[in-house]
Write a protein that binds this ligand. Structure first.
Ligand SMILES: C[S@@+](CC[C@H](N)C(=O)[O-])C[C@H]1O[C@@H](n2cnc3c(N)ncnc32)[C@H](O)[C@@H]1O
Length: 247
């Protein structure tokens, strides 16, 4: 089986209950979405509990992995998300320890696990169902070096000595980012890096523009948290892709 194969077939769409399922399916886009463009999938989940928020306090839940897998693992996403190019650009040593923070259904985690056969990948998420889904997906694919892990909203439960932390379409969901990323910095190995991929403010994909965080803000916040930009990749059409190292 390919590492790209989602293990769980989507079983119904939670978003259908709020009338946006048609937006979620087929238009592509990972995560919270603009209902006007449908580009990031419809703003499904924002009707839900206030205990999971965008950085600005916008409530958002990702508690039904099978439903979100339709969107996060849609084959159409690959054309603009370019996951294999992203993983290649990270140039990971085969024994690297990688943490995918806000890993969702494991779209990147499974590819990272294939890239570090002598290392390991931890897919961290605040949603228990995402963690369960990732564990099932890793088991079904025989990826013994990948596990899911539940993490708190306000700190990343990464292992000491982690070599790379990847954060895709999740930065804008994290509150109090300076202390969050300052604490994360202490967990990294000497060769540790932090890669942030998120939607450009003017992209038609992704959350509404008011909920997007531009790359200048990311860079300024992370500088305050003790990180310096080492590389900026520009091959993604809708997202910035920044790699930081400890300052
Ligand atoms: C838009 S999805 C992105 C999923 C995945 N990175 C991808 O590209 O397919 C955001 C994910 O981040 C998770 N999340 C939100 N806030 C988080 C936080 N503070 N720490 C870790 N995960 C978080 C959500 O539960 C969701 O699964």
């Amino acid at each position: 089986m390919s590492v790209l194969t989602p293990v769980l077939a989507p079983v119904g769409c939670r978003a259908a209950r709020v009338g946006v399922c048609a937006v979620l399916v087929g238009v592509g886009g990972a995560g919270c979405a603009s209902s006007s463009t449908g580009g990031h999938g419809g703003h499904a989940g924002h009707e839900a509990r206030a205990d999971h928020q965008h950085g600005d306090g916008m409530p958002h839940r990702f508690d039904d992995a099978a439903s979100w897998a339709k969107q996060f693992d849609a084959p159409e996403r690959d054309a603009w998300q370019k996951p294999d190019e992203v993983v290649a650009a990270l140039a990971l040593p085969k024994d690297a320890v990688v943490a995918d923070v806000g890993a969702g259904t494991g779209y990147f985690a499974v590819r990272l696990a294939a890239a570090v056969p002598a290392g390991r990948v931890i897919g961290l998420d605040v949603e228990a169902d995402m963690v369960r889904h990732m564990d099932e997906r890793a088991r079904a694919l025989g990826l013994t070096n990948m596990v899911g892990r539940l993490t708190p909203m306000d700190s990343a439960a990464v292992d000491d000595g982690t070599d790379l932390v990847l954060v895709v379409d999740t930065y804008h969901h994290i509150s109090d980012r300076v202390p969050y990323f300052k604490a994360l910095r202490q967990k990294l190995s000497a060769r540790g890096r932090l890669a942030i991929i998120d939607f450009r403010v003017d992209s038609e994909r992704g959350p509404p523009a008011t909920h997007k965080i531009g790359p200048e803000t990311v860079q300024a916040e992370l500088l305050e948290a003790g990180w310096v930009l080492s590389t900026s990749h520009d091959f993604l059409p809708d997202q910035y892709f920044l790699v930081f190292q400890p300052g």
